[in-house]
Ligand binder design. Structure first.
Ligand SMILES: Nc1ncnc2c1ncn2[C@@H]1O[C@H](COP(=O)(O)OP(=O)(O)OP(=O)(O)O)[C@@H](O)[C@H]1O
Ligand SMILES: [Mg+2]
Length: 281
Protein backbone atom coordinates (compact mmCIF):
# COMPACT_ATOMS: atom_id res chain seq x y z
CA UNK A 1 0.00 0.00 0.00
CA UNK A 2 1.18 3.45 -0.76
CA UNK A 3 0.15 4.86 2.61
CA UNK A 4 -1.29 8.03 1.10
CA UNK A 5 -5.00 8.67 1.09
CA UNK A 6 -6.11 9.21 -2.51
CA UNK A 7 -7.58 12.57 -3.35
CA UNK A 8 -10.50 10.81 -4.99
CA UNK A 9 -11.55 7.21 -4.91
CA UNK A 10 -14.42 5.39 -6.56
CA UNK A 11 -15.46 2.07 -5.13
CA UNK A 12 -17.63 -0.23 -7.20
CA UNK A 13 -19.59 2.53 -8.84
CA UNK A 14 -22.38 1.37 -11.14
CA UNK A 15 -24.73 3.31 -13.37
CA UNK A 16 -27.52 2.15 -15.66
CA UNK A 17 -29.59 4.09 -18.16
CA UNK A 18 -32.86 2.15 -18.24
CA UNK A 19 -31.91 -1.43 -19.00
CA UNK A 20 -28.48 -0.45 -20.29
CA UNK A 21 -25.63 -0.90 -17.81
CA UNK A 22 -23.22 1.93 -18.67
CA UNK A 23 -20.87 1.39 -15.71
CA UNK A 24 -20.38 -1.82 -13.79
CA UNK A 25 -18.63 -1.72 -10.39
CA UNK A 26 -15.95 0.70 -11.43
CA UNK A 27 -13.20 1.28 -8.86
CA UNK A 28 -10.34 3.67 -9.29
CA UNK A 29 -8.22 6.03 -7.27
CA UNK A 30 -6.25 9.15 -8.00
CA UNK A 31 -3.72 10.85 -5.75
CA UNK A 32 -3.00 14.57 -5.49
CA UNK A 33 -0.45 15.73 -8.02
CA UNK A 34 -0.92 12.71 -10.30
CA UNK A 35 -2.39 12.24 -13.73
CA UNK A 36 -4.69 9.39 -14.54
CA UNK A 37 -5.55 8.61 -18.15
CA UNK A 38 -8.99 7.16 -18.73
CA UNK A 39 -9.06 5.31 -22.01
CA UNK A 40 -11.66 3.21 -23.76
CA UNK A 41 -13.49 2.75 -27.00
CA UNK A 42 -16.59 4.69 -28.01
CA UNK A 43 -19.37 3.88 -25.58
CA UNK A 44 -17.02 2.37 -22.99
CA UNK A 45 -18.44 4.64 -20.31
CA UNK A 46 -15.76 7.35 -20.02
CA UNK A 47 -18.07 10.34 -20.23
CA UNK A 48 -20.60 8.68 -17.94
CA UNK A 49 -17.88 8.20 -15.35
CA UNK A 50 -16.77 11.81 -15.69
CA UNK A 51 -20.34 13.02 -15.35
CA UNK A 52 -20.58 11.14 -12.07
CA UNK A 53 -17.37 12.79 -10.90
CA UNK A 54 -18.64 16.25 -11.73
CA UNK A 55 -22.06 15.78 -10.19
CA UNK A 56 -24.11 15.57 -13.41
CA UNK A 57 -25.14 11.94 -12.93
CA UNK A 58 -25.72 10.12 -9.65
CA UNK A 59 -24.40 6.56 -9.38
CA UNK A 60 -26.95 3.78 -8.75
CA UNK A 61 -24.59 2.12 -6.29
CA UNK A 62 -21.03 2.30 -5.01
CA UNK A 63 -19.20 5.02 -3.14
CA UNK A 64 -17.16 8.11 -3.88
CA UNK A 65 -14.50 9.14 -1.39
CA UNK A 66 -12.84 12.53 -1.39
CA UNK A 67 -9.71 12.62 0.77
CA UNK A 68 -10.95 9.46 2.41
CA UNK A 69 -14.39 10.77 3.30
CA UNK A 70 -17.47 9.41 1.62
CA UNK A 71 -19.31 12.10 -0.25
CA UNK A 72 -22.48 12.44 -2.29
CA UNK A 73 -21.99 14.60 -5.33
CA UNK A 74 -25.51 15.69 -5.97
CA UNK A 75 -24.83 18.55 -8.33
CA UNK A 76 -22.11 20.16 -10.44
CA UNK A 77 -22.04 22.93 -7.86
CA UNK A 78 -21.08 20.48 -5.12
CA UNK A 79 -18.35 19.04 -7.31
CA UNK A 80 -16.96 22.49 -8.02
CA UNK A 81 -17.08 23.28 -4.35
CA UNK A 82 -14.80 20.33 -3.71
CA UNK A 83 -12.43 21.60 -6.37
CA UNK A 84 -13.38 19.21 -9.16
CA UNK A 85 -13.16 21.16 -12.41
CA UNK A 86 -14.08 19.79 -15.80
CA UNK A 87 -12.64 21.32 -18.94
CA UNK A 88 -14.36 20.37 -22.17
CA UNK A 89 -12.66 20.75 -25.50
CA UNK A 90 -15.30 22.89 -27.14
CA UNK A 91 -17.16 24.47 -24.30
CA UNK A 92 -14.13 25.72 -22.45
CA UNK A 93 -14.16 29.36 -23.53
CA UNK A 94 -16.39 31.86 -25.31
CA UNK A 95 -14.83 32.99 -28.58
CA UNK A 96 -16.17 36.50 -28.70
CA UNK A 97 -14.99 37.54 -25.25
CA UNK A 98 -11.54 38.63 -24.16
CA UNK A 99 -9.18 36.39 -22.27
CA UNK A 100 -9.80 38.33 -19.06
CA UNK A 101 -13.59 38.15 -19.45
CA UNK A 102 -13.35 34.44 -20.09
CA UNK A 103 -11.08 33.99 -17.13
CA UNK A 104 -13.66 35.46 -14.75
CA UNK A 105 -16.73 34.18 -16.57
CA UNK A 106 -19.47 33.53 -14.03
CA UNK A 107 -17.31 34.97 -11.25
CA UNK A 108 -16.94 38.54 -12.48
CA UNK A 109 -15.39 41.07 -10.17
CA UNK A 110 -17.56 44.14 -9.64
CA UNK A 111 -16.96 47.59 -8.31
CA UNK A 112 -19.42 50.18 -7.14
CA UNK A 113 -19.50 53.50 -8.93
CA UNK A 114 -22.12 56.06 -7.91
CA UNK A 115 -24.33 53.31 -6.55
CA UNK A 116 -24.02 51.13 -9.68
CA UNK A 117 -22.27 47.78 -9.71
CA UNK A 118 -19.99 47.73 -12.73
CA UNK A 119 -17.52 45.16 -13.98
CA UNK A 120 -14.14 45.79 -12.48
CA UNK A 121 -12.27 45.22 -15.71
CA UNK A 122 -9.03 46.72 -14.48
CA UNK A 123 -8.65 44.25 -11.63
CA UNK A 124 -9.81 41.31 -13.74
CA UNK A 125 -7.26 42.21 -16.41
CA UNK A 126 -4.44 42.59 -13.93
CA UNK A 127 -5.22 39.33 -12.15
CA UNK A 128 -5.55 37.44 -15.40
CA UNK A 129 -2.25 38.77 -16.63
CA UNK A 130 -0.48 37.96 -13.37
CA UNK A 131 -1.87 34.49 -13.10
CA UNK A 132 -1.17 33.52 -16.68
CA UNK A 133 2.40 34.71 -16.19
CA UNK A 134 2.80 32.64 -13.03
CA UNK A 135 1.60 29.52 -14.80
CA UNK A 136 3.92 30.18 -17.70
CA UNK A 137 1.52 31.30 -20.43
CA UNK A 138 3.76 34.10 -21.49
CA UNK A 139 3.08 34.24 -25.20
CA UNK A 140 -0.11 36.20 -24.72
CA UNK A 141 0.22 39.84 -25.50
CA UNK A 142 -2.75 41.12 -23.60
CA UNK A 143 -5.62 39.87 -21.45
CA UNK A 144 -7.82 42.01 -23.71
CA UNK A 145 -7.16 39.74 -26.66
CA UNK A 146 -10.28 38.05 -27.99
CA UNK A 147 -10.24 34.31 -27.45
CA UNK A 148 -11.11 33.62 -31.09
CA UNK A 149 -7.57 34.75 -31.94
CA UNK A 150 -5.94 32.03 -29.86
CA UNK A 151 -4.83 28.59 -30.91
CA UNK A 152 -6.62 25.53 -29.59
CA UNK A 153 -3.72 24.77 -27.30
CA UNK A 154 -3.71 28.24 -25.82
CA UNK A 155 -7.42 28.04 -25.17
CA UNK A 156 -7.05 24.76 -23.35
CA UNK A 157 -4.21 26.20 -21.30
CA UNK A 158 -6.30 29.22 -20.37
CA UNK A 159 -9.27 27.09 -19.42
CA UNK A 160 -7.02 24.97 -17.23
CA UNK A 161 -5.37 28.04 -15.72
CA UNK A 162 -8.76 29.46 -14.89
CA UNK A 163 -9.76 26.27 -13.10
CA UNK A 164 -6.48 26.37 -11.16
CA UNK A 165 -6.97 30.01 -10.23
CA UNK A 166 -10.38 29.22 -8.80
CA UNK A 167 -8.96 26.48 -6.62
CA UNK A 168 -9.26 23.27 -8.65
CA UNK A 169 -7.79 20.25 -6.96
CA UNK A 170 -8.79 17.75 -9.61
CA UNK A 171 -8.87 18.70 -13.28
CA UNK A 172 -10.93 16.56 -15.59
CA UNK A 173 -10.03 17.03 -19.22
CA UNK A 174 -12.37 15.40 -21.73
CA UNK A 175 -10.44 14.82 -24.96
CA UNK A 176 -8.26 17.87 -24.36
CA UNK A 177 -6.02 17.27 -27.33
CA UNK A 178 -8.35 15.78 -29.92
CA UNK A 179 -8.35 18.85 -32.15
CA UNK A 180 -4.78 19.98 -31.53
CA UNK A 181 -1.57 19.86 -33.51
CA UNK A 182 1.33 17.83 -32.18
CA UNK A 183 3.05 20.92 -30.84
CA UNK A 184 -0.09 22.26 -29.18
CA UNK A 185 -0.80 18.88 -27.67
CA UNK A 186 2.64 18.91 -26.14
CA UNK A 187 2.06 22.34 -24.62
CA UNK A 188 -1.28 21.31 -23.11
CA UNK A 189 0.28 18.17 -21.65
CA UNK A 190 3.17 20.25 -20.30
CA UNK A 191 0.59 22.44 -18.72
CA UNK A 192 -1.04 19.45 -17.04
CA UNK A 193 2.38 18.48 -15.66
CA UNK A 194 2.73 22.00 -14.34
CA UNK A 195 -0.62 21.61 -12.54
CA UNK A 196 0.56 18.25 -11.16
CA UNK A 197 3.68 19.90 -9.79
CA UNK A 198 1.40 22.19 -7.79
CA UNK A 199 -0.35 19.20 -6.28
CA UNK A 200 -3.34 19.28 -8.61
CA UNK A 201 -4.55 15.91 -9.85
CA UNK A 202 -5.74 15.40 -13.42
CA UNK A 203 -7.90 12.87 -15.22
CA UNK A 204 -7.32 12.87 -18.97
CA UNK A 205 -9.80 11.22 -21.25
CA UNK A 206 -8.34 10.39 -24.58
CA UNK A 207 -8.68 8.18 -27.59
CA UNK A 208 -5.01 8.60 -28.31
CA UNK A 209 -2.93 6.31 -26.13
CA UNK A 210 0.35 7.57 -27.52
CA UNK A 211 -0.45 11.08 -26.44
CA UNK A 212 -1.40 10.28 -22.87
CA UNK A 213 1.10 7.53 -22.14
CA UNK A 214 4.11 9.80 -21.62
CA UNK A 215 2.29 11.92 -19.07
CA UNK A 216 -0.02 9.51 -17.24
CA UNK A 217 1.04 8.08 -13.91
CA UNK A 218 -1.70 5.51 -14.27
CA UNK A 219 -3.87 4.34 -17.14
CA UNK A 220 -7.34 2.97 -16.52
CA UNK A 221 -8.84 1.12 -19.46
CA UNK A 222 -12.62 0.89 -19.54
CA UNK A 223 -14.33 -1.72 -21.66
CA UNK A 224 -18.10 -2.04 -21.84
CA UNK A 225 -18.52 -0.15 -18.60
CA UNK A 226 -15.98 -2.13 -16.63
CA UNK A 227 -12.39 -1.49 -15.62
CA UNK A 228 -10.62 -3.99 -17.84
CA UNK A 229 -7.11 -3.13 -16.64
CA UNK A 230 -5.12 -0.59 -14.68
CA UNK A 231 -1.55 0.08 -15.69
CA UNK A 232 1.03 2.05 -13.79
CA UNK A 233 3.55 4.27 -15.52
CA UNK A 234 6.25 2.19 -17.18
CA UNK A 235 4.17 -0.97 -16.98
CA UNK A 236 2.09 -0.19 -19.99
CA UNK A 237 2.99 -0.56 -23.61
CA UNK A 238 0.76 1.05 -26.17
CA UNK A 239 0.04 -2.19 -28.02
CA UNK A 240 -1.25 -3.90 -24.87
CA UNK A 241 -3.36 -0.94 -23.84
CA UNK A 242 -4.86 -0.85 -27.31
CA UNK A 243 -5.66 -4.55 -27.14
CA UNK A 244 -7.42 -4.04 -23.81
CA UNK A 245 -9.38 -1.11 -25.18
CA UNK A 246 -10.63 -3.27 -28.03
CA UNK A 247 -11.06 -6.61 -26.30
CA UNK A 248 -11.28 -5.91 -22.59
CA UNK A 249 -9.44 -8.26 -20.28
CA UNK A 250 -9.12 -10.77 -23.08
CA UNK A 251 -6.67 -8.31 -24.59
CA UNK A 252 -4.20 -8.70 -21.74
CA UNK A 253 -1.20 -10.83 -22.57
CA UNK A 254 -1.27 -14.05 -20.61
CA UNK A 255 -4.77 -13.32 -19.51
CA UNK A 256 -6.27 -16.04 -17.40
CA UNK A 257 -9.49 -14.22 -16.75
CA UNK A 258 -8.01 -12.93 -13.53
CA UNK A 259 -10.24 -10.46 -11.75
CA UNK A 260 -9.35 -6.80 -11.65
CA UNK A 261 -8.79 -5.80 -8.04
CA UNK A 262 -11.99 -4.25 -6.79
CA UNK A 263 -10.57 -2.18 -3.96
CA UNK A 264 -8.11 0.54 -4.87
CA UNK A 265 -6.71 0.27 -1.35
CA UNK A 266 -5.66 -3.29 -2.15
CA UNK A 267 -3.77 -2.05 -5.12
CA UNK A 268 -1.71 0.77 -3.78
CA UNK A 269 0.54 1.55 -6.68
CA UNK A 270 0.80 -2.01 -7.91
CA UNK A 271 -2.18 -1.81 -10.13
CA UNK A 272 -1.69 -4.48 -12.73
CA UNK A 273 -4.73 -6.77 -12.62
CA UNK A 274 -3.12 -9.65 -10.74
CA UNK A 275 0.39 -10.88 -10.15
CA UNK A 276 1.41 -12.83 -13.20
CA UNK A 277 -1.19 -11.35 -15.49
CA UNK A 278 1.43 -9.28 -17.26
CA UNK A 279 3.72 -12.20 -17.98
CA UNK A 280 3.90 -13.56 -21.44
CA UNK A 281 2.30 -16.97 -21.69
N1 LIG B 1 -28.05 9.91 -20.76
C1 LIG B 1 -27.97 8.70 -21.33
N2 LIG B 1 -29.07 7.97 -21.59
C2 LIG B 1 -28.99 6.75 -22.12
N3 LIG B 1 -27.84 6.14 -22.48
C3 LIG B 1 -26.71 6.81 -22.25
C4 LIG B 1 -26.72 8.12 -21.68
N4 LIG B 1 -25.42 8.54 -21.57
C5 LIG B 1 -24.66 7.54 -22.07
N5 LIG B 1 -25.42 6.50 -22.47
C6 LIG B 1 -24.93 5.24 -23.03
O1 LIG B 1 -23.94 4.74 -22.17
C7 LIG B 1 -22.85 4.19 -22.92
C8 LIG B 1 -21.58 4.86 -22.49
O2 LIG B 1 -21.58 6.18 -23.00
P1 LIG B 1 -20.41 7.21 -22.70
O3 LIG B 1 -20.82 8.50 -23.30
O4 LIG B 1 -20.08 7.19 -21.27
O5 LIG B 1 -19.21 6.56 -23.55
P2 LIG B 1 -17.77 7.16 -23.87
O6 LIG B 1 -16.79 6.15 -23.37
O7 LIG B 1 -17.66 8.53 -23.34
O8 LIG B 1 -17.75 7.15 -25.46
P3 LIG B 1 -17.09 8.19 -26.51
O9 LIG B 1 -15.66 7.76 -26.63
O10 LIG B 1 -17.85 7.93 -27.75
O11 LIG B 1 -17.26 9.56 -25.98
C9 LIG B 1 -23.18 4.40 -24.38
O12 LIG B 1 -23.69 3.21 -24.90
C10 LIG B 1 -24.24 5.48 -24.36
O13 LIG B 1 -25.13 5.33 -25.44
MG1 LIG C 1 -17.40 10.40 -24.24
Amino acid sequence: MSGTVPLLELIEVSKAFGAFQALREVSLAIEAGRTLALVGDNGAGKSTLIKILCGVHQPDSGSILFEGRQIAMRSPREARHLGIATVYQDLALIDTLSIARNFFLGAELKRRVAGLRLLDMRTMRARTEDYLATVGISRLRSPDEIVAMLSGGERQAIAIARAMYFGARLLILDEPTSALSVRETRSVLDFVRHANAQGIAAILISHNINQVMPIADRIVALHQGQVAAVFNRDEADAATVEQVIMNGRDGLPGNRASPVPAQPSDRGHRTRPQPGAEEEP
